[in-house]
Design a protein around this ligand. Structure first.
Ligand code: CP
Ligand code: NVA
Length: 309
């Protein structure tokens, strides 16, 4: 068992950390990214091992965690449902007890948030949410760092969410409550943010029937696929329901003149976003994807070593 165990923190939802911890993480990310860009070696996680468990597909999450851990001097073990006992009904509690005796930190991408929480409850080491049906906190960490890099503090700004009330939307809402910005949401009827996750509507949330109205005056416009992983059976119904929820140049025109466009990727041009928008001058999607690695390096450093300096 490593020192610091009694102070162990997980990152299962955005609300697991406080505003001042995010301020610290964004500053550490800036320092860690600058070192990386200058080819400066920084290996505070030598001899530490990250286990990555994927029950859904991934490109960015896998590459960013794996490359980031190696850059910090550590090692990585990659598990999927298909190539481990996870796919053969070993209880998640037993998997957590075993895996967490051998590694120092675990990242999991799975279906229900409750499964991630059961793993964390039986883990001896920090657990990070690499996406669940309900939340995607590492992505929002990267998105807000990207906003700060381009435009400064997000406090008091307006973020427009156009599309599905999914794991990304839920996480944006948690971030808005913690970091003090407004979230303007427009979803098709039947695809709203799940109020069971939030109770009474938070003051930072405004909902709009029309996606254009949600974009009006926004400092950041963002969207995601119409059909998230795990919901493929609903694809045909979603294609019909979401037809008007495509971020196009007219919607971007209604936003602030210097508004940014973000998308967690993978994207479907001509569905949730027009090619002219995602490939246009307001789009920062490639910075956003790269920043997954930098924020997660800062996050792993924080969860394993606490505050530096
Ligand atoms: N944005 C994101 O999490 O991408 P992947 O599904 O490729 O990991
Ligand atoms: N909402 C999407 C995000 C993919 C990174 C999904 O869950 O599939």
């Amino acid at each position: 068992m490593k020192p610091g165990f009694s102070l162990m923190k997980h990152f299962l939802q955005f609300k697991d950390l406080r505003a001042e911890e995010y301020a610290y993480l964004f500053e550490r990310t800036r320092i860690i990214k600058t070192r990386f860009k200058n080819y400066e070696r920084y290996q505070p996680l030598a001899d530490r091992t990250l286990a990555m468990i994927f029950e859904k597909a991934s490109t960015r999450t896998r590459v960013s965690f794996e490359a980031g851990m190696y850059q910090m001097g550590g090692s990585v073990v990659h598990l999927t449902t298909g190539d481990s006992q996870l796919g053969r009904a070993e209880p998640v509690e037993d998997s957590a007890r075993v895996i967490s005796r051998m590694v120092d930190i675990v990242m999991i991408r799975t279906y229900e948030q409750s499964k991630l929480e059961r793993f964390a409850a039986h883990s001896r080491v920090p657990v990070i949410n690499g996406l669940t049906n309900e939340y995607h906190p590492c992505q929002i960490l990267a998105d807000i760092f990207t906003f700060i890099e381009h435009r400064g503090d997000i406090k008091g700004k307006v973020v427009a969410w156009v599309g599905d009330g999914n794991n990304m939307a839920n996480t944006w809402l948690q971030a808005a409550e913690i970091l003090g910005f407004e979230l303007h949401v427009s979803t098709p009827s039947g695809y709203e943010i799940d109020s069971k996750l939030f109770g009474a509507a938070p003051a930072c949330l405004k909902t709009f029937k029309s996606p254009a109205a949600a974009c009006d005056g926004a400092h950041l416009v963002t969207t995601d696929v119409w059909t998230s992983m795990g919901f493929e059976a609903e694809n045909a119904a979603r294609q019909a329901a979401f037809a008007d929820w495509c971020v196009d140049p007219q919607m971007m025109q209604l936003a602030q003149s210097d508004a940014l466009f973000m998308h967690c990727l993978p994207a479907h041009r001509g569905e949730e976003v027009a090619a002219e928008v995602i490939d246009g001058p307001q789009s920062v999607v490639w910075d956003e994807a790269e920043n997954r690695m930098h924020v997660q390096k800062a996050l792993m450093e924080y969860l394993l070593l606490g505050r530096i300096g």
